[in-house]
Each structure stands twice: as structure tokens, then as C-alpha cells.
Design a protein around this ligand. Structure first.
Ligand SMILES: Cc1ncc(COP(=O)(O)O)c(C=O)c1O
Ligand SMILES: [Zn+2]
Length: 394
């Protein structure tokens, strides 16, 4: 049965080539640029009310996703995560509402499930047998879970510093875990050289066109959950920027569909002070980042020294009147404890950087008191329990 997907081709952001939907070689075979699915939004046959009646997962938006055949969708109910009102945090920030988009409630406890559900489903649709990726940890865990469900072989490249939970669960799902000395850059290099020889399908972020595409469903959901209305601002914990680009894509789609009745929200990049190349670029008015030599943060998912999609992230920030904010690891941990104690919400360390970023903006006098602020909790607190407990007692 058809999903009704209106995907029409896969475009390269760099050289502008429009590749066929069947493309199975990533990134762009012409120039190595970032690929993105394009949709014929004028032919979408559903309305907002039809979407509202569907329940269950991000595939409620299946017409706007890249999978054509229903049988190829590999799903565990990812998406449709709650948008949690946090009135005590709103008081602390001095704004009208703070809402946490709780992506920790996904099948493998992070927002990575959305992107990998889309990418692994796309691999199934293209008859791939083996997928591979480098990761800071969470994406590797999600990939190994969805690959296992699809019956695909999976190779995950992590560095030694990746979290114990992620390493163990990659193994539990039966994926091949390649542990690499160094940081994500070294894991990515090992992945690239092995893949060249093996021909595995890449589900690496911004190689595959489908991870940022799957993440755009966060943007659709936030809009729908606010009664088809926009918040004033979305603060996003940014490493490679996959999710932030997804939000930007969502709001542009909603505009093209004629479904957006308001201006897109400000998109705010939050990074850790020890690795803040995108914030540095935004604050200096650059169009892209400069790579960082000695990245360091306990927020491992954000420890990305050379985020190749920075021009796209910065475009999203500039076009929405957003900004960038960098916070210390210790302020991030404080924010996670505040969320746990004043809202009950369990945040992992990377996403606490976003809440700390909102606190920093409030302290700078950015807010006027009437705003609705969405903070994206990209992953559950259980991923960082070993950091949070000791910090709460210190
Ligand atoms: C929990 C968590 N939050 C945020 C990020 C950063 O993601 P993005 O590539 O969307 O910036 C990661 C990436 O590993 C992550 O694991
Ligand atoms: Zn290209």
C-alpha cells in the first residue's frame, strides 16, 4: 500500500543537482554536498484535520516523509512526544510559558529515533542489506535498534569516550561496534575508510538525505501541539545541527502548504562553551563556522568541532531572527538539576545545555515576559544519570 508520500526528487544543497528518488549513493555523487528530499507540496491530499485524527507516531505525517510503500516503514512508535508545560521554569525565566519537547520518550530515548527510523526505512526501500555510521553514541544506538528491527546488518563507529549505555545497547542490538581512539572526527575517518572498501549504505548524518528529513517532524508536532500555532522561540542543543535544520525545514514546509498562520519561531543554537563553533560564527556574523582545534565538553553529542552543515544552520538562525548562546558544562548540569527538581523532567546533559542557554538569555534581558519558549530535550536523563546524581549532591 502506498503511503501517499509526495517526494519528487533529492536535491543537492551545494551543486543544485536534482537526483532521482531512487538515489542510493550519499552524499551527493556529483560534488559531495548535503542532499535533501524535495516534495511536491501542492499535491498533498490531506488537511491539518486529517493529521489530527491520526495517532501513533511521526508517520502520521507520512505524505511529507520520504517512504513510498507502507510495508517499508520501520517504526516503533517514534515521535508524537509530549510538549510539557513547565510553569515553575517559566517563572524562573520570567516568560509566559516554557514548554519542554520531551524527545527522551522515544523508543531508544532520544530524538535520533526519528532520523534513523526514516533513514533505515529508506535503506529497506532501496533493498540495502548493511548500514553504517559514525556517532557520538545515541545515533549509533538508534541505528542499531532500527537496523535490528529491519533485519539489516549495522556497523557503528564510536570513540572510546562514548557513553557506556550507548556502547552496551549497540552490542545488545547485535550491531558491530567499532571502537576508535580519539574523538568523533577519528571515528568518522575510520568509518569513511571502511565504507569505501565495503560499499555499505551510509546512515551518517548529512550523508543520508533522510535523517534531517525525519527530524523535521519535531517541528510539525510542536506546531500542531500548540493548536497549529508557533512558539516565540525554540532553543536547540546543537552539535551537527541535524535537528535544527529539521525544524527550519518544517516551518518552511508548513508555509508552502499554506498551513502556517504565523511567523516561524526564532531558532536559537545552544552549544557548550568548550565547543561552540556555530555560536562563534553567529556572534561574529560569519556565514559558516571555523573548525575548533581542542573541543571539550561533557555533552558528548554536542562535541562536534567541524559541523559541515553550519551554513544551513546559520541561514535558519538568521532567517528566523534567532541567535546563538554558549554555556559552561557546569551551568548545563545546574539546568538539568533545575528541570529535574522543578519540572520533574529528566534531561540528558546535551539537552540541558539548551535549558541553560534559555536561562542565559533570560539573564541577559532578552525576553520581555510574554514569550512562549520551547526547549528541546533531545534525550532522556537516564542517558546521563551518572553525571546528574553526583552533581545534585555537590
Ligand atoms: C542527546 C543529543 N542532543 C543533541 C545532539 C546534537 O544533535 P544535532 O546533530 O541535531 O545538533 C546529539 C547528537 O549526538 C545528542 O545525542
Ligand atoms: Zn552536489
Amino acid at each position: 500500500m502506498s503511503t501517499g508520500s509526495v517526494i519528487k526528487d533529492i536535491a543537492c544543497r551545494s551543486c543544485g543537482t536534482n537526483h532521482s528518488v531512487a538515489l542510493d549513493e550519499y552524499p551527493c555523487p556529483e560534488c559531495g554536498g548535503i542532499l535533501s528530499p524535495q516534495y511536491d507540496l501542492s499535491s498533498v491530499s490531506v488537511e491539518r484535520a486529517d493529521i489530527e485524527r491520526r495517532r501513533g507516531s511521526m508517520w502520521r505525517y507520512r505524505e511529507l516523509l520520504p517512504i513510498r510503500e507502507q510495508r517499508n516503514i520501520i517504526s516503533m512508535g517514534e515521535g508524537e512526544t509530549p510538549l510539557i508545560d513547565c510553569p515553575r521554569l517559566a517563572d524562573r525565566l520570567g516568560v509566559k510559558r516554557v514548554l519542554i519537547k520531551d524527545e527522551g520518550q522515544n523508543p531508544t530515548n532520544t530524538f535520533k529515533d526519528r532520523g534513523l527510523a526514516a533513514a533505515i526505512s529508506a535503506a529497506v526501500e532501496r533493498d540495502e542489506t548493511t548500514v553504517a555510521l559514525p556517532s557520538a553514541g545515541n545515533a549509533g544506538q538508534a541505528a542499531s535498534a532500527y537496523a535490528a528491527r529491519a533485519g539489516l546488518d549495522c556497523h557503528v563507529y564510536l570513540n572510546h569516550q562514548a557513553g557506556a549505555v550507548q556502547k552496551q545497547l549497540v552490542r545488545a542490538h547485535g550491531a558491530e561496534l567499532h571502537l576508535v581512539d580519539g574523538r568523533i572526527t577519528e571515528a568518522a575517518a575510520a568509518f569513511a575508510s571502511d565504507r569505501e572498501e565495503s560499499g555499505w549504505a551510509s546512515v551518517s548524518s548529512f550523508h543520508t538525505p533522510f535523517r534531517h528529513d525525519g527530524k523535521k517532524t519535531m517541528g510539525y508536532e510542536v506546531y500542531e501541539q500548540l493548536g497549529w500555532d508557533t512558539p516565540d522561540e525554540i532553543v536547540y542543543p546543537t552539535g551537527g545541527g541535524v535537528g535544527l535544520v529539521g525544524f527550519w525545514r518544517a516551518y518552511r514546509d508548513l508555509q508552502s502548504l499554506g498551513w502556517l498562520d504565523a511567523e516561524p519561531p526564532r531558532l536559537v543554537v545552544a552549544q557548550a562553551e568548550g565547543v561552540a563553533p556555530v555560536v562563534e560564527a553567529i556572534q561574529n556574523g560569519w556565514e559558516q563556522h571555523e573548525p575548533w582545534d581542542c573541543p571539550h565538553s561533557i555533552a558528548k553529542g554536542l562535541e562536534i568541532p567541524d559541523p559541515g552543515a553550519s551554513p544551513w544552520i546559520i541561514e535558519a538562525v538568521n532567517r528566523t531572527g534567532g541567535d546563538g548562546v554558549a554555556v559552561s558544562d557546569s551551568n548545563g548540569l545546574d539546568a538539568a538539576i533545575t528541570a529535574a527538581q522543578q519540572a520533574g523532567v529528566e534531561m540528558c546533559v546535551p539537552s540541558a545545555v539548551a535549558l541553560a542557554g534559555a536561562f542565559a538569555r533570560a539573564a541577559d534581558g532578552t525576553y520581555d515576559g510574554d514569550e512562549t519558549i520551547v526547549v528541546v530535550n533531545t534525550g532522556a536523563g537516564c542517558k546521563s544519570a551518572g553525571r546528574l546524581g553526583p552533581h545534585a549532591r555537590s
